[in-house]
Design a protein around this ligand. Structure first.
Ligand code: GLY
Length: 362
């Protein structure tokens, strides 16, 4: 009996406890999509369909799992239309894009991270270089940027016009008593290019101001049983400069243990940090939970530890989203979200696809 199957048999107690705690009947602990699969598997957050496909292709060509996922998420980091990651990500409250990322390599159990890095489009690639070339785990701010530039990464303005316009709208709607006029108070409105156009009275934009704690997480397993994880993000939109979320913190936004599995998180980073969400998901899998059960148990822990009224709805449930993703060493994978709407992407021999995550609360 291998370790994974022994752990499944030992898991009955903890699963019963989880079932009692969540008030929901849990599916059999032994089966989960992918657990009878042979060959590479990659799993990501819902915005990572292209990332899992790329990672899967590269693993099939024999590339290392960490390199494969970093190449995969790079597609999203470089995509100006994803406002939660890399180039085109929403900026901090001063209009500066600050990016966070982490990579963990299962076979060597090494990690590399960067936080609050500016002007570099692909922070996951920088994090992989921290892992590869240094004896450190995390570089932040100016030091992370200098490290990247020294390695030949190009310095670029990451603030796209679309993200800049969203930031200006956020400032204008901040409050009625600050010095930035609300849309209905303006004599000018912004045209498509963002320059002032004189009008009798500005027409307020009615679409919601983009706001995100979105991120991309990707985990992968190759046919040798090696796994790695990576998370990369522009973090909470309009954040206080210097704010670091869960994504670059090993054990919070991502964790990989080659003996057990890999996990990652997207959504409200503060909640994930305070429960060491990804480390906990991997530990729950080690106790025998399936990936989906492990993700659900982490969300339950976060919900139980959320005490501030401003973060709870009228039923006492967290009013924010966190989505957890997990992959076990045998290729089983799963995902759960705090509130409905979370999705994840997966690619194995059946091709890339997006799947709904299991919500903890309805
Ligand atoms: N989970 C992304 C962040 O909170 O920064």
């Amino acid at each position: 009996m291998n370790n994974i199957h022994r752990r499944h048999l030992l898991a009955a107690g903890s699963l019963a406890a989880l079932s009692a705690a969540t008030g929901k009947a849990l599916a059999s602990p032994r089966r989960e999509p992918g657990d009878d699969h042979r060959g590479p598997v990659s799993v990501a957050s819902g915005n990572g369909v292209k990332a899992v496909e790329r990672a899967w292709e590269l693993m099939n060509q024999g590339r290392d799992t960490a390199e494969a996922i970093v190449e995969g998420v790079r597609i999203v980091e470089e995509d100006p239309n994803d406002m939660s990651v890399g180039y085109g990500g929403l900026p901090n409250e001063r209009g500066v894009v600050q990016l966070d990322s982490s990579v963990m390599h299962g076979p060597t159990h090494k990690a590399g991270c960067v936080a609050c890095i500016e002007d570099i489009k692909t922070p996951a690639s920088v994090a992989l270089e921290v892992l590869r070339r240094t004896d450190h785990v995390m570089l932040v701010g100016q030091g992370a940027k200098e490290f990247a530039v020294a390695l030949g990464f190009k310095e670029e303005n990451l603030l796209t016009d679309r993200a800049r316009r969203a930031w200006l709208r956020w400032k204008a709607n901040h409050g009625p008593n600050d010095d930035w006029l609300n849309p209905e108070q303006m004599d000018w409105e912004f045209n498509q290019e963002g320059h002032g156009t004189h009008t009798a009275m500005a027409t307020p934009e009615t679409s919601p101001i983009p706001f995100t704690t979105g991120t991309i997480h990707c985990s992968a397993l190759n046919d040798k049983g090696e796994l790695s994880g990576c998370t990369t993000t522009s973090g909470l939109s309009y954040k206080i400069p210097g704010r670091v979320g869960d994504s670059p913190i090993i054990g919070a936004g991502m964790y990989a243990d080659n003996e057990i599995g890999s996990a990652g998180a997207t959504g409200r980073g503060e909640a994930v940090i305070q429960c060491c969400g990804s480390f906990l998901a991997v530990q729950f899998m080690d106790q025998g939970m399936s990936p989906t059960e492990a993700c659900t148990a982490v969300l339950k822990r976060i919900a139980d530890r959320t005490k501030q009224k401003r973060l709870l709805n009228e039923k006492g449930e967290p009013n924010f989203q966190v989505t957890m993703y997990a992959m076990r060493k045998d290729g089983a994978y799963g995902s759960a979200c705090m509130r409905p709407g979370g999705t994840f992407a997966v690619c194995n021999g059946e091709g890339p696809r997006r799947v709904n995550s299991v919500p903890l609360f309805g």
